[in-house]
Design a protein around this ligand. Structure first.
Ligand SMILES: *[C@@H]1O[C@H](CO)[C@@H](O)[C@H](O)[C@H]1NC(C)=O
Length: 259
């Protein structure tokens, strides 16, 4: 199971975002008013570089103002992880399809796949959390009510300031949802990739061997019960091939995984 499609949604909705808010400054002397000051911003949300002009309500004088905050590190981190996760799952899909036998042959492929999947799961969690936090800060910094506080004319009670339009957030909210969804999908994928490494088979064999030794030294319990525990606890392959597998351990080691 591969999940590259959801990674696309994560970085497309975030990286492709542009938004606009509008505020109005209604001066006492109407001539200098501007009732629709538009402020555009976009990914990567370096808001401290986003400027706009507002009337000062003193003749035709205007002031140039900047929004507050730089959220580019979280946004770029999120998009970078999403892009690399997408590229990795594309490459992994190609490897699965074209080189399936080679992939299974030596344990190297599944092992790398396992480690990378664990790392990406963790990165999805970290970057989605960081981006969710950054997004809530972006929402605050671009709230028309907050932006009004930057405009000096609005500090004078005789002028009226208002919010005309709030930015649309649905796209960015979606990107956060897709970020956490990707975390869940990749974390779930860990188990499937882990099975390919064959480690769980090795572990079951080891535990089975250890408990067999235990039976021999300390008690004379009927074997039936012991191997019943094994089959219930570790695998469903049946308990008959468990002892014979163990007895082969003395021979030349073989790393071929049985299905
Ligand atoms: C109001 O501000 C916008 C920029 O948001 C500008 O394009 C427009 O010319 C301004 N209008 C007046 C009347 O100054």
């Amino acid at each position: 199971m591969r999940v590259e499609l959801f990674a696309i949604f994560a970085f497309a909705t975030c990286g492709g975002y542009s938004g606009q808010l509008r505020v109005s400054v209604d001066c006492m002397e109407k001539a200098s008013s501007n009732l629709s000051i538009a402020i555009d911003f976009a990914y990567p949300f370096r808001l401290h570089q986003v400027s706009f002009e507002a009337p000062m309500c003193e003749g035709m004088r205007r002031e140039r103002l900047f929004l507050i905050g730089d959220f580019s590190s979280s946004a770029e981190f999120f998009v970078t992880i999403a892009v690399f996760a997408f590229l990795y799952s594309l490459v992994a899909t190609v490897v699965y399809i074209l080189f399936w036998n080679k992939y299974r042959e030596n344990n190297r492929g599944p092992l790398i796949d396992f480690v990378v999947t664990v790392v990406f799961s963790f990165m999805w969690l970290v970057s989605s959390s960081a981006w969710a936090k950054a997004l809530s800060d972006v929402k605050l910094a671009t709230d028309p009510g907050e932006v009004q506080l930057l405009i000096s004319a609005c500090k004078d009670q005789t002028n009226k300031c208002g919010s005309v339009q709030e930015p649309r957030w649905s796209g960015l909210n979606t990107s956060v949802v897709f970020g956490f969804l990707n975390f869940v999908l990749w974390a779930g994928n860990i188990w499937f990739v882990f099975k390919e490494t064959g480690w769980h088979k090795g572990a079951a064999r080891f535990v089975a061997g250890a408990s067999e030794k235990h039976t021999g030294t300390f008690s004379q319990q009927p074997r039936n019960q012991d191997s019943f525990d094994q089959s219930g606890g570790f695998n469903t392959r049946g308990d008959l091939d468990q002892p014979s597998e163990y007895s082969q351990v003395g021979g030349p080691p073989t790393y071929a995984n049985q299905m």
